[in-house]
Write a protein that binds this ligand. Sequence first.
Ligand SMILES: [Zn+2]
Length: 125
Amino acid sequence: MSAVFRKGGDVTFLVDELKAVFDPRGGYWQPGGRFMPSIIAELGHIVEKHLIEIGLLKGPDLSTDQKDFIAQKRADFESRDRQKDAFAKPAFPEGAQLCGKCSTTAAVMLDGCMTCLNCGYSKCG
Ligand SMILES: [Zn+2]
């Protein structure tokens, strides 16, 4: 690599060459969710980032519309997850049993008695 840089000329081809290297023993995931097929490929990404910073390569140019679209989709996805959480979240302690009176999974053993935390029904009356 350094020989290519010293020689000068167009060095940007190095990025694609490096990024295309696959480790036959398998790649790895970087924090943030990007897959690296090899450590050589990671060097390619680092060189690419540098070349973009110094203006030799163009970065991934997303239009404002595309950026807005992605932001909108991300917001949709995240709010969908929140709604799901609200439904999935158990309102009563884990291990609670179904109450025969109010049909809510809210009956727990209290002082030797099954007591419903939803309607207050207790087996011991
Ligand atoms: Zn109940």
